[in-house]
Design a protein around this ligand. Structure first.
Ligand SMILES: Nc1nc2c(ncn2[C@@H]2O[C@H](COP(=O)(O)OP(=O)(O)OP(=O)(O)O)[C@@H](O)[C@H]2O)c(=O)[nH]1
Ligand SMILES: [Mg+2]
Ligand SMILES: [Zn+2]
Length: 408
């Protein structure tokens, strides 16, 4: 009786296996078909082989050298093509990714951590440590890395807890910075991000608005909205003072939240901001990022300053790479990445800085001299604006500091 059941079980397992295999074959066939279509035009062919002499397609529109191209080379070019397309796709949402996954024999996962050639991928209810296929390379995407935290990927499962990234699905957005080693390329820090939450503390450490400005510029340059969160508001003696200081951001239509993990103020509002969104966290050490997240989702159990001096058993959270945390009750994700410290200004020309200070630019166009440096020139509308309080003096000071920094 039991044996019968076991037989049935193994049989259905085998059937499942066969079904999977058939799906896999269908997927490969589909893929091959897509390849043929793409390669049948000379223009396409040329576009992807700038390093080779262009070849003429034959009467059927087929380029003959495909026969002698090493198979893995062909495969390599396919992947390059896929990744290039991916670097520009912008209209992908959860439904789109699920559709792609449903059409494939692989499972849909989300990359939550990347380090030294391996990544962690969260599937429905397990986390796999994954390698990626050698054929996936990032050349011609403009980025130096192949997978980034936040990427939606198709994975095949190997043995217990291990898997293989078969494909990186199109990205909706990304947060990049110049690669420290290859200046002309960008490093993709995180993919599929919706917004940047810039956390600063009112005190301890003292509010540093130049940093907030820089993060806002970084968010804008990556087409992401930046939300300013002033934490430790319980340490403020006078809310009117806080309000007056931060008014310029509100005037520029930036969202500003006041929070306290101690009194619970603003936590509801912050929760609403994070719901259904993928949010990158930015902010100096000690401003309370981890504490805020723990307050919102106690299951996260992130290390905060109080215990961070203790030796950590696994040492995982001391990593300097980006890490993504799911906020399960909110159906959202947050990404903690020290890498965004320098995302704001890298590669920005000093003269373009004014684009990010519209509150100053409005006045700058009225200066007497078109090349006014807003320093001590006569007829400087910016200086006048600061003097009569129509430009916040801290905004102007930040602008000057950043301008000089960029001019160096
Ligand atoms: N008074 C007050 N203290 C807070 C608040 N939020 C956090 N803290 C304290 O600030 C300290 C730093 O908090 P963390 O959450 O570790 O700061 P963090 O931004 O995660 O710091 P890093 O992980 O080092 O970048 C801790 O001692 C917290 O207890 C708050 O709203 N009010
Ligand atoms: Mg922290
Ligand atoms: Zn001027």
């Amino acid at each position: 009786m039991i044996q019968q059941e076991v037989n049935n079980l193994t049989k259905s397992k085998k059937q499942k296996q066969r079904l999977k295999e058939r799906q896999r074959e269908a997927w490969q066939a589909q893929k091959a078909q897509r390849k043929t279509v793409r390669h049948n035009t000379a223009a396409n062919q040329e576009k992807h082989r700038s390093d080779w002499q262009p070849l003429q397609p034959n009467e059927f529109g087929v380029v003959a050298d495909r026969r002698i191209m090493p198979r893995d080379e062909l495969e390599r070019r396919e992947q390059v093509e896929m990744l290039s397309a991916q670097a520009v796709a912008s209209d992908f949402d959860e439904a789109g990714w699920q559709q792609l996954a449903a059409d494939s024999p692989y499972a849909l996962g989300i990359v939550i951590e990347v380090s030294r050639g391996l990544c962690r991928v969260a599937l429905n209810d397990e986390i796999l440590v994954c390698d990626w296929r050698g054929a996936l390379i990032a050349e011609q995407t403009g980025y130096t890395n192949i997978v980034a935290v936040g990427d939606r990927v198709l994975v095949s499962q190997q043995e217990e807890g291990r898997g293989f990234v078969q494909e990186v699905l199109p990205r909706r957005s990304g947060l990049g910075r110049a690669d420290p080693f290859y200046g002309h390329l960008r490093q993709l820090l995180t993919a599929n991000v919706d917004q940047v939450l810039i956390v600063a503390a009112w005190r301890e450490p003292h509010l540093w608005l130049q940093m907030v400005d820089e993060y806002l510029i970084g968010a804008e340059r990556n087409n992401l909205s930046g939300i300013v969160c002033i934490n430790k508001i319980d340490l403020a003696d006078d809310m009117a003072e806080v309000d007056t200081l931060l008014r310029p951001y509100q005037t520029l239509n930036h969202r500003v939240l006041y929070t306290s993990a101690v009194t619970g103020e603003g936590i509801g509002e912050l929760t609403a901001v994070l719901r259904h969104k993928t949010t990158v966290l930015a902010g100096l050490a000690g401003v309370g990022k981890s504490t805020l997240l723990n307050t919102i989702d106690p299951d996260l159990n992130l290390r905060t300053a109080r215990i961070s001096n203790m030796p950590s058993r696994e040492g995982r959270h001391t990593t300097t790479q980006a890490v993504m945390y799911p906020l399960r009750p909110l159906n959202g994700y947050v990404i903690d990445t020290p890498g965004i410290k320098d995302m704001g200004l890298l590669g920005l020309e000093a003269d373009d800085l004014l684009d990010f200070y519209p509150d100053i630019a409005d006045f700058a166009v009225q200066c007497r001299f078109s090349d006014c440096r807003h320093d001590s020139e006569p007829g400087c509308a910016v200086q006048d604006g600061v003097a009569n309080g129509r430009i916040a003096s801290w905004r102007f000071e930040n602008y000057v500091k950043l301008y000089n920094q960029l001019g160096d």
